[in-house]
Design a binder for this molecule. Structure first.
Ligand code: ADP
Ligand code: ZN
Length: 712
């Protein structure tokens, strides 16, 4: 099918079905690619919006979009959410009754389904495959595609069978979607699914909505309690290393009146399910869990994640913080760091006797330096994942109060040049040794005592070099190659420092102590007040969700509620303009949410400076209420209401005032103007017109003329 015919369609689907006004990065590119009939690999971070990349093509193309998804609970949620949007979606898996399955099959064969979710086992079962051959399929999407690879972190043997799908449907466009960026996993996905020259769509791992923070691991419980207290009703989770910790943690906030539960692998399946359901449905606010929690749930409004203990690696950390703020609205990630945790983890790793021990210890070390660093947190993360990022993010604890920096260009040049001359085959400590001019035997063996940079950094203590080399890694000027003996390697940005004299700013090693002191002061300050309207909207959402037995975020996600708070829509028209509100949702829920916003605006009245009070008066007027009715409804004087309307008229707003201005009054006012002193006073006008009209009428008449550009 030609490309251009879709351009309108897929955008229209975005607004009409999903209520969003624009695509997130790479969504549109991936969608257009699939619409042109080609295969694609879509790599977006958690919360990046992977689902739309196959949902929109499935809606735009004739036939059903078949979606393979590994987690049954997730499947159910997705389908519920789609049905809420007026999309014909269904799922089929072993958890359903036979009858329910047959019903879905009938709909599928009848061409009534736009999207069908299946488990991997089902997808490749021979009788199901033969069914699929009789169904009108439009595309195939493989969600969580990293499960196919033994290099990925969540290998599932049943996924390796999925190539059968490709063999059965060689002509359908096939998409593989995942949030794991590792290059070897990527290659595996392409090969195993036999993708035909797929388009590769990899988005940034920035997750700009997440505020990243590391705190010293002291008085953790107190800090958490304070944190939770300042965020009443906002869902979040606390990740602990051990089971007893989760249970211990759980009773504390509980005692403070918070709705808290714990979750760990030692609990029965039904207990775990219940805890998970309560959390999804906003019946509990806080979950204290071991890291397994959150894997299978697609709750987009988790607002914060706290790491009670240090994660094992930056990969783990990134994955776990990714469970908050998936809807793109502001969210927080807080990590407690203590050296005791590092020791504990090191011990656990060495007890495991895994062949991967060296790699795992190295990863733990990177995690530790992340926590100890005074470099922008996001910058470290992105450089770690190989996404060159040479700025500060302005949205982490370090950026909020940046430490003082000095010109470290010469220092960096020396270090990079040492790495270069050592032919990128020395470890971090060896490079530090070379810079210091330590000529021990391993340095001699390599002949590094003869290179030009040997001893070029004698003036600094060894510990400083260690620290600065680590910092250069975090800033992206160097890279530690885990697959090759932890050797330091140059990166593309090293080149600009070595050869183009690009300046490098570094943080002094002594800054760390100063920083920790300031950090302590900051912790003692109190937190912000939760927003009233947001709370009310959330309450309503929860009530509606309970009525229908669906998770709250299926109704509107947090980003949409935030947008409502921001824009305070008062009419259906205005509501429709809010991101995340499409026609079907407006019809279902619009009125209820509008009521809450209106009541809020009404109660806030003149206190709000955003003009919402005035907009409410105008809205009520346009809905046909008289001045008296508006005034009594709003518990205001008529004069105030007239002021609201008059102000709107003066600004040239289109308002039908025929109901307020008796025929002919405008002409009479206009005729009187030349005889009155400027600026025209109402009293004078009133008298000139023989007290025929009341003040309100005259006021509105004058404002209308003003709005039309008349000089008064
Ligand atoms: P992922 O599967 O990549 O983790 P999802 O597909 O679940 O992410 O999307 C995360 C959230 O972002 C969902 O609430 C979704 O509705 C929302 N979303 C997706 N695309 C857009 C968009 N273009 N504009 C606004 N919100 C979006
Ligand atoms: Zn930052």
């Amino acid at each position: 099918m030609p490309h251009s015919t879709h351009v309108k369609d897929h955008r229209r689907i975005l607004t009409d079905y999903f209520g969003y006004s624009s695509f997130r990065p790479l969504q549109e590119e991936a969608i257009l690619h699939v619409l042109s009939g080609k295969d694609a690999v879509v790599l977006l971070p958690t919360g990046g919006g992977k689902s739309l990349c196959y949902q929109i093509p499935a809606l735009a193309l004739p036939g059903t979009g078949l979606v393979v998804s590994p987690l049954i609970s997730l499947m159910q949620d997705q389908v519920t959410a789609l049905q809420q949007l007026g999309i014909r979606a269904a799922f089929i898996n072993s958890s359903q009754s036979r009858q329910a399955q047959e019903e879905v099959v009938r709909a599928l064969l009848g061409g009534q389904l736009q999207l069908l979710y299946v488990s991997p086992e089902k997808a490749v079962a021979p009788d199901f495959l033969s069914l699929l051959h009789r169904a009108p399929l439009g595309l195939i999407a493989i969600d969580e595609a990293h499960c196919i690879s033994a290099w990925g972190h969540d290998f599932r043997p049943e996924y390796t069978q999925l190539r059968t799908l490709r063999q059965n449907f060689p002509d359908l466009p096939m998409l593989a979607l995942t949030a794991t960026a590792d290059p070897s996993t990527q290659k595996d996905i392409r090969q195993q699914l036999q993708l035909r020259d797929p388009g590769i769509f990899i988005a940034s791992f920035k997750r700009a909505n997440l505020f990243l923070e590391v705190r010293p691991g002291k008085k953790r419980l107190e800090q958490i309690l304070q944190f939770v207290q300042a965020r009443t009703q906002t869902p979040g989770s606390v990740y602990c290393l051990s089971r007893p910790d989760t249970e211990h943690m759980d009773c504390k906030p509980q005692a403070q009146g918070n709705n808290t539960r714990h979750y760990h692998a030692g609990m029965s399946a039904s207990d775990r399910q219940r805890v998970q359901d309560d959390f999804i449905h906003d019946r509990s606010q806080v979950i204290c869990a071991t890291i397994a929690f959150g894997m299978g749930i697609d709750k987009s409004n988790v607002r914060w994640v706290i790491h009670y203990n240090l994660p094992k690696s930056i990969e783990n950390y990134y994955q776990e913080i990714g469970r908050s703020g998936r809807d793109g609205a502001p969210a927080e990630a807080m990590l407690f760091y203590s050296f005791a945790d590092v020791m504990r983890l090191q011990e656990m790793l060495s007890r495991n006797e895994s062949s991967q021990e060296a790699v795992q210890l190295a990863k733990l070390d990177q995690m530790k330096t992340f926590a100890e660093s005074l470099v922008c947190r996001r910058r470290i993360l992105l450089n770690y994942f190989g996404e060159a990022f040479d700025r500060d993010c302005n949205h982490c604890d370090i950026c909020r109060k940046p430490p003082q920096r000095f010109d470290g260009t010469i220092l960096a040049q020396k270090a990079l040049s040492a790495v270069y001359r050592m032919r990128e085959s020395g470890t971090l400590s060896q490079v530090a040794d070379v810079l210091k001019g330590h000529a021990q035997s391993e340095i001699r063996q390599q002949g590094w005592h003869r290179i030009k940079t040997f001893g070029a950094g004698r003036d600094l203590p060894y510990a400083d070099w260690n620290y600065y080399l680590q910092q250069l890694v975090q800033l992206g000027y160097l890279r530690i190659d885990l697959s090759a003996g932890r050797h330091l390697r140059l990166s593309p940005s090293s080149r600009s420092v070595l050869f183009d004299k690009q300046p490098v700013q570094l943080v002094k090693r002594t800054a760390l102590a100063e920083y920790r002191t300031r950090e302590k002061e900051r912790l003692s300050r109190s937190a912000t007040q939760a927003d009233l309207l947001f709370d009310q909207l959330r309450q309503l959402r929860k009530a509606l969700a309970r009525e229908q037995g669906v998770p709250p975020y299926v109704i509107f996600n947090d980003a949409t509620l935030k947008a409502m708070v921001e824009q305070k829509p008062l009419s259906e028209q205005e509501m429709l303009a809010v991101s995340g509100v499409a026609a079907s949702k407006l019809k279902r829920y619009g009125r209820r949410f509008l009521e809450v916003i209106r009541t809020y605006v009404q109660e806030q009245g003149g206190k709000s400076r955003d003009g919402s009070s005035r907009r409410l008066s105008i809205q009520l007027y346009e809905e046909g209420l008289s001045l008296e009715e508006i005034a009594s409804r709003r518990d205001r004087s008529i004069r105030t209401i007239v002021q609201h309307l008059a102000a709107a008229l003066e600004e040239g707003e289109k308002l039908d005032v025929s109901r307020l201005l008796p025929a002919g009054v405008l002409q009479e006012v206009e005729r009187a103007l030349p005889y009155l002193e400027k600026p025209v006073r109402l009293k004078a006008l009133h008298e000139y017109l023989n007290e025929q009209y009341d003040y309100h009428t005259l006021r509105l008449g004058l404002s209308l003329l003003k709005g039309q550009g008349k000089k008064l």
